[in-house]
Design a protein around this ligand. Structure first.
Ligand code: FAD
Ligand code: UDP
Length: 376
């Protein structure tokens, strides 16, 4: 008999899973989401007054080095080339991020060549640090104290609400450091933004006769009985009613910036200065440079600790979280008939290409196990 599964969450994780099951396994799914829209945190919508495409939950730039993931998303929408060229505003002026030769020469008032800059930064870096144990050590080891304090310390304190030395080194190793003038925020060879936004891409992924989508519907464990399996992409601790405690997350919120014409001339301007409350300002028309808009929409972003009613955006993964995570992961492994995937259900700081890649891989593995009668 054909299977019917329940997928909780209509973000990239849930949508890709449903589509793979539909296309490759003939499996029918009901995809539910507690919000009134699909696409999870990648949701985009056109502002009614200006027509500008707004990334409702903050800027989303697609980047990957997996060609299968790139080909997959391009099946469902046209991705236009987009290189994120982030700027940072500090007391001394406007600088280029990620740290590159322009940042180094401007910051230190030098005219160094690539090899001179490498040597110069090495002389500043704290090479006595072995394997960096945290964010701060990662910074001191690779860029030295001055650049760390100017661009990373204050921003990170504001973004994560704790000392950088409490955070994993991996948060910083997301960003490249370059000794040339390449100011592309990412190293990935495949980058872009969908011409009609992410919601249109996810709507196309979900458009299949085997997939039913029900919005404004929260998961209730009583639903599980009607399905052969449940795939859950919401927060892991919430699934278990927070019975072991709460995993810590940061949430972000935005204030609309009054602006006309071109407010800041770039999509993202970061504000690392600890004296300012906000972390960055995003101006959304610059995420779609192929469109022409005379007016503009910009948002000032702030970060805070998550309260019960806030959307959890960033998994903090502090030491106590990791312990709690291990205990929740043990409960999850013992939960029959339910699989957990995606950024929230695995409590990992994952980008879109990573959740899509994992959903593609997971769907294949699960269907094979299911066909062999091995899935739980
Ligand atoms: P989500 O998109 O969070 O989807 C999960 C869905 O489950 C949500 O729609 C939620 O409403 C629903 N849900 C949860 N619990 C329940 C429940 N109990 N019942 C029913 N529904 C439920 N990635 C990039 O690649 N590039 C970027 O530039 C980038 N920028 C980002 C900026 C911000 C501010 C944030 C927060 C994230 C950013 N990301 C970026 C990461 C990206 O948003 C995630 O990788 C992606 O959204 C994860 O997809 P997902 O489907 O796992 O989770
Ligand atoms: N970061 C920083 N200063 C910046 C930009 C980033 O200190 O100007 C740090 C900060 O801790 C941030 C991390 O680097 O959380 C990763 O940055 P990224 O831009 O990847 O964050 P995201 O887009 O996920 O918010």
């Amino acid at each position: 008999m054909a299977k019917r599964v329940l997928i909780v969450g209509a973000g990239f994780s849930g949508a890709v899973l449903a589509r793979q099951f539909a296309d490759l396994g003939g499996i029918k799914s009901l995809v539910i989401d507690s919000r009134d829209h699909i696409a999870g945190n990648c949701h985009t919508e056109r502002d009614a007054a200006s027509g500008i495409m707004v990334h409702r939950y903050g800027p989303h730039i697609f980047h990957t080095d997996r060609i299968d993931v790139w080909n997959y998303v391009n099946r469902f929408g046209e991705f236009r080339p987009f290189i994120n060229r982030v700027k940072a505003s500090i007391d001394r002026g406007i600088f280029s991020l990620p740290v590159n030769l322009h940042t180094i020469n401007q910051f230190f008032g030098t005219k160094l060549s690539p090899s001179q800059a490498r040597e110069f930064i090495e002389s500043k870096a704290e090479r006595s640090i072995g394997e960096p144990a945290n964010f701060e050590e990662q910074a001191l080891k690779f860029i030295g104290r001055e650049l760390y304090e100017a661009f990373f310390y204050g921003y990170t304190r504001k973004q994560w609400g704790c000392e950088p030395r409490e955070l994993p080194a991996a948060i910083l190793s997301r960003l490249p450091v370059r000794f040339n003038y390449d100011d592309n925020y990412y190293n990935s060879p495949l980058q872009g933004i969908p011409a009609e936004g992410y919601t249109a891409v996810i709507a196309n992924i979900l458009a299949h006769e085997n997939i039913e989508v029900r919005l404004g519907t929260s998961f209730d464990p009583a639903m599980a009985g009607e399905f052969d399996h449940v795939f859950y992409t919401g927060p892991l601790d919430e699934f278990f009613g927070h019975r072991l405690g709460r995993l810590s997350y940061r949430t972000v919120f935005w204030e609309k910036q009054e602006a006309t014409g071109d407010f800041q001339g770039v999509a993202v301007m970061n504000y690392p200065d600890a004296k300012l409350a906000h972390t960055r300002v995003h101006e959304h028309k610059h995420f779609a440079p192929w469109e022409k808009h005379d007016s503009t929409l910009a948002f000032v972003e702030y970060s805070k600790e998550t309260e019960a009613t806030d959307i959890p955006y960033y998994p903090k993964r502090l030491a106590p979280d990791k312990e709690l995570l291990a205990n929740y992961a043990a409960l999850a492994r013992e939960q029959p008939g339910v699989s957990f995937l995606g950024r929230l259900a695995t409590y990992r700081y994952m980008d879109m290409h990573q959740v899509i890649g994992e959903a593609l891989d997971f769907a294949g593995t699960w269907m094979e196990a299911s066909a062999a009668g091995l899935s739980r």
